[in-house]
Design a protein. Sequence first.
Length: 377
Amino acid sequence: MSKKVLQGFILTLAISFFNHACSSNNTNTMDTTVKLTSQAYGVFEGQPITEYTLTNAHGMQVGIINYGGALTKIITQAKDSSWGDVLTGYDSLSGFTQTANPYFGALIGRYANRIAKGTYKVDGIEYHAALNNNGQSLHGGLKGFDKVVWTATPLAGDSSIQLNYESKDGEEGYPGNLKVQVVYTLTADNGIKIDYTATTDKTTVINLTNHAYFNLSAGKSLTIKDHILQINANQYTPVDALLIPTGESLDVKSTPMDFTQAKRIGDDLDKVEGGYDHNWILNKAEGLQEVANVYDPLSGRSLTVLTTEPGLQFYSGNFLDGTLMHTKNGIQYIKHGALTLETQHFPDAPNQAKFPTTLLKPGETYTHTTIYKFATK
Ligand code: GLA
């Protein structure tokens, strides 16, 4: 072997050792690869609807459509290693567009939750948001952000889908042209991260959230009564018969609203008239923090919620009555068949001086981040 060939051989060997060392190191770090696929999901008002599916290195899958910016599926692993869809939903676009759709998986805006009689003032001017719920305005009105087509753009790296929507001045009774952007990201550690931003050209009110319904048993339990819930909140905002906050902040201690210690949802459910459908005042400072956890002992799945928002609406699926059509695998979603954990500002804040403000002024940027993180134990 000539000296040159020997040198070349040693160099090749060194490179191969180096590469091997690097790849061994990589096995110690998290595999951040996410695979993105897309498929046609139908047509709404002449516009094509697409479903994007993100799959991470663990195999967790999330589906997103540009109709309502809705989540379509969240497939995670149970403790027996089987895979299942923990997101309550539909098998097709017809499910999402049916009149009775209770916001399954959708983005909610311009104002999530209720505004009393739809009436509020901004800069001394009275506005009337569209009424759609017992004379109140719920979740943005008659055609909220859940019923519009968003512009979807997959981002570089394939782990995020960006959605954009421009809500016109006056739409559903809200002032200002509002530019909204929502980025859904599937993280390497089984989180669905939702980053919201918005700007306006006139002072307006804003409260954005996602209305995903979960049943962590993935179809094995008909209700969420056996799920165990913990919420980091010492207080909640009580409501009247129309589910409008009375303006008070009450302590949860010694009441059925107390989830400061993990508690089976069914334990006190019957003691709450109508079931849980309230806003908890989160014990938190500024910034992204863990605020709630729900665990299903049957499947071993857990969901941890992290958010930058001050409130959490825990809704125990009280209005589900088994009549929705086009459901996944034809499942009947009965009362308490699923739960929502909607991160948000407080309901009716535009009319409640003591609640954190929901005003957005020109030149400001609304931001909100929420992560739904799944695990198995
Ligand atoms: C929210 C509300 C509930 C109900 C559902 C949709 O969670 O707080 O009262 O309207 O949306 O059915």
